[in-house]
Design a protein around this ligand. Sequence first.
Ligand code: C2E
Ligand code: MG
Ligand code: MG
Length: 276
Amino acid sequence: EFDPGLKALADRQRLIEQDLDAAIRAGSVETWFQPQVDLETGAIAGFEALVRWHHPRLGFVSPPEIVAAAQSLHLAESLTAHVAAAVCRLLSRLPALGLAEVTVALNVSPREFALYSVADMLELVTSQHGINPARLEIEITEEAILDTEGAGYQLKRLENAGYKLAVDDFGMGHSSLAYLISLKVDRLKIDRSFAKGVAESRGNQDLIAALVGLGNALRLDIVVEGVETEQDAAVLEELGCRIAQGYHFARPMPVESLAAWIARRGEKNNARMAVA
Ligand code: C2E
Ligand code: MG
Ligand code: MG
């Protein structure tokens, strides 16, 4: 039977797949950055790279759609290398902006580890840009952690090369704690569904308190994602969260806007510290 909804979806996917390769090459697939902030001091703690593509006919194409298309076109490696290069360019600029110490995070989807050598690709890109791997954080989800056969060897290599490792969307999947410890993960990023409205949700407060306890016991940093309000930020700080990311602080932005945001943030924070 003819289903117009399905056809529209298939047409959309076809256009995305038809144009993605050229769009990556032309630079219209962009890398935006969302700041991470220290809840206690207000200092900038890092940035996460997020892929963005405004398609001339389809408008905004979501990151999961881009990633899925890249994988079916065998472009997963070029897409991630493209984002990794943007991360390295930002990392080269950060010392001049007074942020020589912060890390920049890059998302790698679980399937990618089976498609190509993420470790080889990152080694090439970071060495081309003269970037110390310790400045780069690789965000993987719990699925990648569980898939020990496909990803385990590469994750160990990344760890040995000095990259930071973060477990993204933590709490949504199933992680083996034993494996988290053996992998020397640096950070857990608590899924944004737990941070949303946390000020009003006793259940989420308990859950986050437990995750903070887990983080402390395993000596892992906890990052909370999706912090949208002042109230949520305050409650999260009280619960012992140190680093936060979310619309309340800043939305993802193109790198041209970032320098101005960093400067404004610095001024605001100096004023805050002067009052405190
Ligand atoms: P993620 O890695 O968990 O990234 C966080 C997502 O939450 C981003 O969505 C970000 O824009 C959004 N976000 C941040 N703060 C808030 C907030 O306060 N409220 C709400 N409602 N949302 C917030 P985005 O950019 O649409 O990316 C979605 C997912 O797509 C990412 O989730 C990540 O898994 C994937 N992704 C994005 N860029 C890449 C990439 O370059 N490579 C790969 N493999 N995956 C990517
Ligand atoms: Mg992420
Ligand atoms: Mg996440």
